[in-house]
Ligand binder design. Structure first.
Ligand code: ADP
Ligand code: MG
Length: 697
């Protein structure tokens, strides 16, 4: 069995190779980086806790196929280890060191930090790739940061990921769906590529179970049957952090509104506590924007008292310049308040935080295979998350964490650990990716945590109805392979393929681009009434998707883009992103031999194409419903149109939604009206053979 490795005083000595790398090792303080001169960045690097383990890490990676590294957030795992590997020659001879992250924002932030530390231009020696954004230079980039999802996609062209010498799967404790799939596949690749090295790193992983997962990797045998190559048992290394103590405060009574309560807590800290930045954990863009607005208003009302407070949001989709503000050191006499999603829980470290306010919630994906509904829910976090959040307060000196829930709740009701995403997700994308990689027996796949068989069956059913899988559950040709090729949700990919037959690809790829970003509206400006009025200028009776086309057209026709956006409450950065994504989709479509045609003003075909992809999300308005109550056709679940939709209160009889969010009710976001007969046309199997659906008649 592997054990935690602790630095000792002995010389490097491998005790027990076969039994899995129990190591004793003298941490090396000699600096191999003195050749850089002692710039201040170099000094900062050497102060990080991982620096003491530099030699040990390089030694373990050299000798072990898999190294598991556990270390507190901010200890330097993500930014330093890839640099150590590069310095040690793992990127020589055109090879590349990869480091994956579950979150796009983290990929960008970390890559730009590492480029800065190495004194190179981002996109040259150090680069990054996220979906729709490739900032690397083949042949030049040595250290590449990417999302775990992008690395999975790369396997479609290069199944053994041959260009990488070391792959560091970072933030493994998050157990994102792509991380889990990746771990299963990397374990397979290791058998074929003994020279490949894996590093699994995280803040709080149950290192033992991860080690067990990689333990039964087969040993590589030479001709004589002798074991060759690196040690296949994983090594485990734990980086001792040096976080300061954090005092925990609980509320006495449960709070009814965590946004309001977070804002009052921040003001209280500002009034009563000494200097130091505040990090507030809320759940998503909506409540973060609301809190920023509320707090800014309070600060204004209170006049000079709170003048030193700088309030900043942090969530993915934030423009680059605003992201950078978050990392900018706080000026003397000022106090920064960063209101964040759980991206700041472990993925990103903000220096200078001394106070943490923890709402106790995060946005999580939940899927119910019975009702076949997946949505984003604001749900309680686990104890493990709560501890991580509190830890953020002890980075520079002893700190304080204010939990907006009771101690009793923490002790008795919070679950110990979160559930891996694969066990609470719709598996449609996951199944198609594995199929495209030639993995046919998906239930028999070597999962770090098995998905539920019900969810698997549901996914197979949808993929069959989409025409992506055939009767033998193999990818169909060409539809299945084409859908797998497009880097989007299979339902969107199918919509694009159908638009080709219907002659509206130009319109549909615009819609696909808009759907793949969070929102094109400037909702954060806080002027809801003005935003609603602006939306009306573009609103289409058919629904949100057609409204997007109107906005896009208006945007293209305007001469002063950013002014136009400002006037119309459209988010300029989001629109620029839409143009970029659209351009990439156009190229993908062309590669697949799809002829790009425009249907001009014929929105009927556009709606039919949407139906061809999203038939599974069809809903019907309940007869005699006065409050806009819909039921899903598939699972008879009650849903409502989201207030942000142009169809809110319009309530057409039949609609299709793009996604669901759940607050007090289940809300459909991005809704389009359809005719029920299109459903049978688009998916006869789904709505007919399986279970004759009385609602359709
Ligand atoms: P870990 O991966 O172990 O959580 P990181 O390597 O992300 O740690 O962070 C190490 C240090 O680098 C931290 O002190 C952090 O504040 C700093 N750092 C990381 N990213 C940035 C950035 N974009 N700007 C400024 N400092 C950063
Ligand atoms: Mg990290």
């Amino acid at each position: 069995m592997s054990q935690f490795w602790k630095p000792g005083t002995e010389k490097p000595r491998l005790l027990d190779d076969e039994e899995g790398g129990v190591l004793f090792f003298a941490p090396s303080f000699s600096s191999s980086s003195s050749r850089f001169g002692y710039s201040s960045i170099e000094k900062q690097r050497q102060r990080l806790p991982v620096y003491k383990y530099r030699t040990a890490i390089l030694y373990l990676v050299e000798t072990h196929a898999t190294t598991i590294i556990v270390g507190e957030t901010g200890s330097g795992k993500t930014t330093q280890i890839p640099q150590y590997l590069k310095e040690a020659g793992w990127a020589d001879g055109g090879r590349v060191i990869a480091c994956t992250q579950p979150r796009r924002l983290a990929v960008q932030a970390v890559a730009s930090r590492v480029a800065e530390e190495m004194g190179v231009k981002l996109g040259e020696e150090v680069g990054y790739t996220i979906r729709f954004e490739d900032v690397t230079n083949t042949g030049v980039t040595m250290v590449k940061f990417l999302t775990d999802g992008v690395l999975l996609r790369e396997m479609m062209d290069d199944p053994l990921l041959t260009k990488y010498s070391v792959i560091m799967v970072d933030e493994a404790h998050e157990r994102s769906i792509s991380t889990d799939i990746l771990l299963g596949l990397l374990k397979k690749i290791q058998r074929r590529r003994p020279e490949l090295r894996l590093i699994i790193s995280s803040a709080t992983i149950e290192a033992k179970s991860m080690s067990q997962f990689f333990q039964n990797s087969k040993k590589h045998r030479g001709i004589e049957g002798e074991v060759v190559g690196p040690i296949t048992e994983p090594a485990i290394l734990s980086v001792e952090g040096r976080g300061f103590s954090v005092q925990i405060h609980y509320v006495e009574e449960p709070v009814s509104n965590y946004i309001q309560s977070a804002v009052s807590t921040v003001l209280l800290i500002h009034d009563q506590e000494r200097m130091g930045d505040i990090l507030v954990f809320l759940t998503g863009q909506d409540d973060i924007d609301a809190a920023v607005k509320l707090l800014s208003e309070e600060v204004q009302n209170r006049g000079r008292n709170s003048s030193g407070l700088i309030v900043l949001p942090l969530y993915s989709g934030l423009p680059r310049a605003e992201q950078d503000l978050v990392f900018t050191p706080t000026a003397r006499g000022k106090r920064k308040v960063v209101i964040s999603t759980n991206i700041a829980e472990t993925s990103l470290t903000l220096e200078g935080v001394v106070y943490v306010v923890d709402s106790g919630f995060s946005k999580q994906r939940f899927y119910n295979p019975i009702s076949d509904i997946e949505n984003l829910v604001v749900a309680p976090i686990s104890k493990a998350s709560a501890r991580q959040r509190a830890g953020r307060a002890g980075r520079v000196r002893p700190g304080k964490c204010y939990r907006l829930y009771t101690e009793e709740y923490f002790n008795n009701e919070m679950s110990a650990e979160g559930i891996p995403e694969i066990q609470r997700s719709n598996l449609v994308s996951c199944v198609i990716q594995l199929k495209a990689l030639g993995i046919d027996n998906i239930l028999g796949f070597d999962w770090p945590a098995s998905p539920s068989p019900e969810a698997m069956v549901r996914a197979l059913e949808v993929l069959y109805s989409l025409g992506v899988l055939d009767d033998d559950a193999k990818l169909t040709s060409p539809t299945g392979f084409q859908v797998a090729e497009i880097p989007l949700d299979p339902m969107i990919s199918k919509m694009i393929l159908s638009s080709s037959h219907l002659g509206c690809t130009e319109e549909i790829i615009t819609i696909a681009a808009v759907l793949s970003i969070q929102s094109i509206w400037a909702s954060g400006w806080g002027a809801q009434k003005e935003l609603d009025e602006a939306k009306l200028r573009f609103a289409a009776a058919e629904g949100d998707h057609v409204t997007f086309l109107n906005v896009y057209k208006g945007f293209l026709q305007s001469s002063k883009l950013s002014q136009w956006c400002h006037k119309n409450y459209v988010n300029y950065h989001a629109m620029k992103k839409v143009i970029e994504i659209r351009e990439q989709l156009r190229r993908t479509a062309q590669r697949l031999g799809i002829v790009l045609k425009s249907c001009e003003t014929d929105m009927l075909v556009v709606r039919k194409a949407i139906t061809a992809g999203f038939f599974a999300n069809a809903c019907r308005l309940e007869a005699f419903s006065h409050n806009g109550k819909y039921k899903t056709i598939r699972g008879s679940q009650e849903v409502h149109i989201h207030p942000s939709s142009v169809l809110f209160r319009v309530n057409p009889k039949w609609v299709i939604y793009y996604s669901l969010v759940s607050t007090d009710r289940q809300y459909m976001r991005n809704v389009i009206s359809i005719e029920p007969s299109w459903l049978r046309e688009a998916a006869p199997h789904f709505y007919h053979q399986q279970r004759p659906n009385p609602m359709l008649h």
